[in-house]
Design a protein around this ligand. Structure first.
Ligand SMILES: Nc1ncnc2c1ncn2[C@@H]1O[C@H](COP(=O)(O)OP(=O)(O)OP(=O)(O)O)[C@@H](O)[C@H]1O
Ligand SMILES: [Mg+2]
Length: 328
């Protein structure tokens, strides 16, 4: 059965010239009384010639090469596939170039604020150097779970769905993957994960840096919208600008800047104190010809995420409204 499945995944959907593995097109395969019953998503139902070619190749594989007695094939046009891609989910990349500026916090809190506005949200923790979304959400260690076709089942928490690189590593061990493995993990997150097909937003928490991952993601989700996170400090804003320019080069839409750790409200006199300097967010927004969407004060959430009845939660509510408006 495994051999059959593997071989079917390597067959080509000639209506788009990609393997069914690549298109995530193998919906079902069962064998009863030596008869293979297979359902496949195909990309272009109107290309009858290519469809016939695809069918012939599969029949040859199943009956001649693998020796099964018979085969039933059902093709389902991809329009019915019902995935986040068909249903107009918006992709939001949260990045910064610099480490430790609060990308993961902003990503999780923005996601959570969007759910408070009745949006369906998924989060991809794409930080290969140190997954942190599970931490920000206060989740215990999570093992990857998959369905019978090897699709990943996202974890659900705080009304959001989430997948993380942490699913794939041993506790407290750094992830040292490079190149193809990384690519295939990201591919899994985007194409082989059972996201709620009606997600409104898929947020992607990027690792620090502007390297490989940004490029891989640029190719995987060409319609990405980037939020650049920075701190008020000039050194962070310099690198954040670079990250934003990199995203623009990948033809991603930089929708705005979030300045994190902008100020501290001194509880003694209620004055704003600009502990980490001032102006970084504005500089980045200007350099990238985009908007400064929010300035998040310094503060520790009681339970991982900020709620609407907390000052910082309110800032996130406003940020979420702006994001919804921009991506309308
Ligand atoms: N507004 C804030 N007020 C206080 N602490 C914050 C704030 N934002 C983030 N932090 C803290 O700063 C640290 C770094 O935050 P976070 O992990 O979100 O940054 P990051 O940019 O994702 O880091 P990395 O580059 O490692 O992925 C965490 O300890 C977090 O709790
Ligand atoms: Mg992070």
């Amino acid at each position: 059965m495994n051999e059959l499945k593997e071989k079917l995944l390597n067959m080509i959907d000639y209506t788009c010239n990609e393997t069914f593995n690549k298109t995530n097109g193998l919906k079902k395969v069962v064998v009863n009384d030596d008869i293979v019953d297979v359902e496949l998503y195909i990309s272009d139902e109107n290309n009858k010639e290519a469809l016939q070619e695809t069918k012939n190749a599969i029949v040859r594989l199943v009956k001649l090469t693998l020796g099964y007695k018979g085969i039933k094939i059902k093709f389902i046009p991809i329009g019915l596939k019902n995935t986040i891609y068909d249903n107009d989910c918006k992709f939001i990349l949260v990045g910064s170039g610099k480490g430790g500026v609060g990308k993961s916090n902003v990503c999780a809190n923005l996601g959570y604020a969007l759910t408070r506005l009745d949006k369906k949200v998924g989060i991809v923790d794409a930080d290969i150097y140190g997954a942190s979304i599970p931490n920000v959400l206060g989740l215990p260690r999570i093992e990857a779970r998959g369905d019978e076709f090897g699709n990943l089942i996202p974890f659900e928490a705080f009304n959001m769905e989430m997948v993380s690189t942490e699913f794939f590593v041993e506790e407290n061990k750094p992830l040292m993957w490079r190149g193809p493995m990384l690519q295939s993990m990201l591919d899994h997150f985007f194409h082989k994960t059972n996201w709620n097909p009606n997600l409104d937003y898929l947020l992607i928490d990027l690792p620090p840096g502007t390297g490989d991952i940004a490029i891989d993601l640029g190719q995987m989700i060409p319609q990405g919208n980037m939020i650049v996170v920075t701190t008020p400090h000039m050194s962070a804003s310099y690198i954040a600008t670079k990250a934003g320019l990199g995203a623009k080069q990948m033809k991603q839409n930089v929708i705005g800047v979030v300045e994190n750790m902008s100020y501290f409200i001194n509880p003694v006199n209620n004055q704003k104190e600009e502990i980490f300097g001032a102006g970084g967010g504005m500089v980045v927004a200007k350099n990238l010809e985009t908007e400064l969407l929010a300035q998040i004060p310094i503060g520790q959430a009681k339970n991982y995420l900020f709620e609407s009845n907390e000052a910082i939660g309110k800032v996130y509510d406003e940020l979420a409204k702006k994001v919804i408006n921009i991506l309308k």
